[in-house]
Design a binder for this molecule. Structure first.
Ligand SMILES: *Cc1c(COP(=O)(O)O)cnc(C)c1O
Length: 474
């Protein structure tokens, strides 16, 4: 698909600028290209991220002037060229073509996108500045300024007192379970519709997972099913705020209280979601987050445990770092792990966290746009956002269609260059987890109907219109 865009400062460079300046501009414009102008502001050529990469690989440095690396033979079109004929000019690796007016000025560009991905991290704030800062400081391992700041700022964002940054969301769950003393012989209740990491973390402690069904309206773990699954061996519940939707925390907390169970919230898909005005992650004993590349905010790989318990936070810190005593170096008090996050990852995280409200807003606005444009198409049902007490976040825009049409719908989107993702396969439908499952009718049905739609900042009304047009045919 081809789109037309306007020019801004980050797309324009001067041949005397350093390659570093060009790299910063590409990071800002997220297009991997900068148009180079001469002294009179006339178009001279382009520099792409590939050009910079090749320069570095042949022994040049980022301090050098861009001049020798300009590609002056790049393809261009004039303002008069009809859009239909531009399509044919995209060939080989060319995916951006500048539009040049009569005075040789760049006035815009066409971009051909091979496909519209599901998710795409937005790293054009201070992420690169902080990352370079951490790099230059040589604090590139797992201590440093950014780790502390990321832990403090993210836990505060989650209405929680303490944050323990870890290498990914899966080990965040495992660390939480271990810190709560979950072990072989214990039972831990998990929802059927979730990513495998939730149950894997339980299995790695030696405890027995108990898989229960979900609610039809929220797609989250069903408190009534939790109640039915509690036994004298049950030690913990892991509610998963699936696809950004908060679980029914009042009901879950009540069950946990009655039966003396721990709650570990799996918030990997729900940074910033609210239940009764309070952030998810702050209801249970420990809240676990992921910062994988496709999550609400990212550090590349990364995760965090948040808690209000000083004791749990100290224990998780110790376990994260080989179980080493805080007072006596290299004296190990418990059998621990290396689950640490690096200062480099945390630097990206701080850059992301600074603008999390903006990120959550554009996500919500995009979902609203989908909601408006897909409204009235009978074959599509959007994820609920009107459940009492719950304020969801838009992680991946999620819809239900008729189960027997789901795969065709996805295939047709794919043909139009639009990526989509089927819902998670319920745990109960996979051989390795089936032995732990109770009856899960709702999740089986929902998962066969569910699709996650592209949720990234490049999705515009044109893309949504295409999706609507495909759906309307039925
Ligand atoms: C992504 C995800 C995880 C795991 O996070 P990683 O950082 O990829 O290890 C856990 N639970 C759920 C529900 C997730 O979506």
């Amino acid at each position: 698909m081809m789109n037309k865009y306007d020019i801004d400062e980050s797309l324009i460079g001067n041949s005397k600028d350093s390659l570093m300046t060009f790299m910063y501009k590409m990071n800002k414009n997220t297009n991997g290209i900068v148009f180079v102008l001469d002294e009179e502001g006339k178009f001279r050529g382009v520099i792409t991220d590939g050009d910079v990469k090749r320069a570095l690989m042949t022994g040049h440095t980022l301090n050098e002037m861009a001049e020798p690396f300009i590609n002056t033979a790049s393809i261009t079109v004039t303002t008069e060229e009809p859009e239909a004929s531009v399509e044919h000019k995209f060939a080989g690796k060319v995916c951006i073509i500048p539009i040049i007016d009569k005075e040789q000025k760049v006035v815009g560009f066409y971009k051909k996108e091979a496909s519209m991905p599901i998710a795409d991290p937005q790293l054009n704030g201070n992420e690169l500045n902080y990352l370079l800062d951490a790099f230059v400081s040589t604090w590139i391992s797992s201590s440093g300024y950014y780790i502390n700041r990321f832990e403090e700022d993210f836990s505060a964002f989650c209405d929680s007192k303490y944050g323990v940054a870890v290498s990914n969301g899966t080990v965040a769950l495992h660390l939480a379970l271990v810190a709560l003393g979950i072990k072989a012989g214990d039972e831990v209740i998990v929802p059927d519709l979730t990513f495998a990491a939730t149950i894997n973390a339980v299995l790695h402690t030696g405890a027995t997972p108990v898989i229960v069904d979900i609610e039809e309206n929220s797609w989250c773990i069903d408190p009534k099913e939790i109640e039915k699954a509690v036994t004298p061996r049950t030690k913990a519940i892991i509610p998963v705020h699936i696809y950004g939707q908060p679980c029914d925390m009042d009901a879950i907390c009540a069950i946990a209280k009655e039966h003396d169970l721990y709650i570990i919230e799996d918030c990997a898909e729900a940074h910033g979601a609210l239940y009764k005005g309070r952030k998810v992650g702050s209801f249970g004993d420990i809240g676990c987050f992921s910062f994988f590349g496709n999550k609400v905010i990212t550090t590349g790989e990364g995760g965090m445990c948040v808690t209000n318990s000083e004791e749990l936070s100290s224990l998780m810190r110790k376990l994260r770092d080989h179980g080493m005593s805080k007072e006596r170096r290299y004296y190990h008090e418990v059998v621990g792990y290396n689950y640490r996050m690096t200062n480099l990852q945390a630097a990206i995280g701080v850059g992301q966290l600074e603008k999390i409200d903006t990120i959550l807003n554009w996500r919500e606005e995009l979902e609203e746009k989908y909601r408006t444009m897909l409204a009235g198409i009978p074959s599509i049902t959007l994820q609920r956002k009107d459940l009492p007490e719950r304020k969801k976040v838009a992680w991946l825009v999620s819809i239900l269609v008729e189960a027997d049409k789901r795969d065709t719908f996805m295939a047709e989107m794919k043909q139009s260059g639009i990526d989509s993702r089927a819902f998670f396969i319920p745990l109960s439908q996979m051989d390795i987890y089936r032995p732990y499952a109770r009856e899960c009718k709702v999740s089986k049905q929902i998962s066969q109907m569910g699709i996650n739609l592209p949720t990234n900042y490049r999705v515009d009304e044109g893309i949504i219109r295409k999706i609507a047009d495909i759906a309307k045919v039925w």
